[in-house]
Design a binder for this molecule. Structure first.
Ligand code: EPZ
Length: 417
């Protein structure tokens, strides 16, 4: 039961609901370490990565429960500042716990995180930034963090890292004095985290810009019971591209089109009609697309690296040439050899993938090497001639809740195998 079997060329028609974003929930759950009371998060999918993060919280002495789609997290009884090795190695986001744990306990034992395997994923910026707040860090594979106290500081990031920005925000919330983070990430997930913390009494300004100022406070207080995270812009983009690749018509409920402007700019052409409401995107295909031109991934608001594999897969079925440059990660093209099994014409030149669209691809037996390349393979299989098998459904379900059910609801011929 760890694969998807897809018989291609069914057009996708209907409505799909997107839920709270994986990459918003993971730092939000980590930030609960700063709290000595329970909070509820609305519209939460039971994603693989989210459950691992919750199990890490549980291993530290915290509690969590789902009531339908509402997730409750309570870290009031947290007492072990030691991150469990096996669970930490499953997800990159375990690194997001360093900041809040050191802020609460002043000492943390941890291991270097795991996560999707698309090349080296160092944590040097995480560690260097925490050191600038007064944290002493020793060890390599096993990390030991200590801090007499956290002292607000001016920190300029060498790269607008999402995780480092989130770690620093959480660590500096309870630090002495003001922390100013420059060249920080501007993703919507950062804004979502800062809105949550400010509602609890934190003093954070500048979220969504490249300069965030955090005035440390003594403690955070329970001013509300529930928080509604932003919805998953990567899931929205994935369903838009899947619909384009099959030629259908879909209404995506819960979508905030303002979070997907870079993708919409790329696909908004004479082959589809797009209309928007505050929490909906309607897409109606009206022709087969040609080239997507040149796409370059980058930190938000540039084109998101998490939609690079999905749009690369879509580009293969167009009739023209598309060039996709990946600038965020060094080696995030694991989808290419799998797409070639479907008769795709792709040449990799350094960090650029040159795609010569050939119209329909052929179904094949494929491997999901990481979360987003797995999503790209689903997009390709949905539009391909014949049947495809995608092995590694568990990897895809780390970031896409009920993807087989949602696609079947839209008319796709998809079964778990
Ligand atoms: C977050 O990962 C997301 N994950 C990723 O989504 C996303 O691709 C990435 O941001 C970029 O948008 C979560 O939010 C859980 P980074 P993160 O630190 O924080 C280098 C998905 O598919 N770097 O912004 O780990 C790093 O190697 C996942 O949902 C260092 O060199 O990404 C990369 O080249 C995949 N040293 C660049 O920065 C560090 O200490 C950007 O990484 C940290 C990062």
């Amino acid at each position: 039961m760890n694969k998807l079997i897809i018989s291609g060329q069914n057009k996708l028609y209907g409505k799909v609901e997107v839920m709270s974003a994986k990459n918003a929930l993971l730092p939000l759950i980590a930030s609960c370490v700063l709290l000595d009371f329970e909070v509820g998060f609305l519209n939460c999918p039971k994603l693989g990565d989210v459950v691992v993060m919750l199990d890490i919280i549980k291993s530290l002495g915290g509690k969590y429960r789902y009531d339908g789609d509402t997730l409750y997290v309570d870290c009031s009884s947290l007492y072990i500042p030691e991150l469990p090795c096996e669970l930490s190695k499953k997800i990159r986001a375990s690194i997001f716990l360093l900041g809040p744990l050191i802020a609460r306990f002043r000492r943390v034992s941890a291991v270097t995180p795991g996560g999707c395997n698309f090349g080296e994923r160092p944590i040097d910026i995480h560690l260097d930034s925490l050191r600038q707040l007064g944290v002493e860090i020793s060890g390599k594979e096993n990390l030991y963090l200590r801090a007499e106290k956290l002292i607000g500081s001016r920190i300029r990031l060498p790269f607008p890292s999402v995780g480092v920005t989130e770690n620093l925000i959480m660590a500096s919330c309870l630090a002495d004095g003001e922390t100013v983070i420059t060249n920080c990430a501007k993703e919507p997930e950062i804004v979502c985290l800062c809105n949550f913390l400010n509602k609890l009494g934190a003093k954070i300004v500048g979220a969504g810009t490249s300069k965030i100022c955090v005035e440390g406070v003594k403690k955070l207080t329970k001013n509300f019971a529930y928080y509604k995270p932003i919805t998953d812009r990567v899931e929205v983009g994935t369903y838009l591209l899947a619909t384009l690749n099959t030629g259908g018509e879909v209404e995506i409920n819960g979508a905030n089109f303002l979070h997907n402007v870079s993708l919409i700019k790329k696909i908004y052409n004479n082959t589809c009609k797009l209309t928007f409401e505050s929490d909906k995107i309607y897409l109606k295909c009206c022709g087969v697309g040609s080239s997507l031109g040149f796409i370059k991934t980058g930190p938000y608001p540039a084109f998101p690296t998490d939609l690079q594999s999905p749009i690369l897969a879509y580009a293969c079925s167009l009739s023209g040439k598309t060039i996709i440059e990946e600038t965020v990660f060094k080696n995030r093209f694991s989808i290419i050899p799998e797409l070639k099994k479907m008769n795709a014409d792709i040449t990799l030149q350094g960090s650029k993938a040159i795609v010569n669209g050939k119209g329909k691809l052929n179904g094949a037996i494929l491997n999901a090497n990481d979360l987003r390349s797995g999503a790209g393979l689903i997009i390709s299989a949905l539009g391909a001639e014949g049947v495809s098998e995608i092995i590694g459904l568990d990897i895809i379900e780390r970031g896409y809740f009920d993807i087989d059910k949602k696609l079947r609801m839209l008319g796709a011929n998809v079964t778990k195998g």
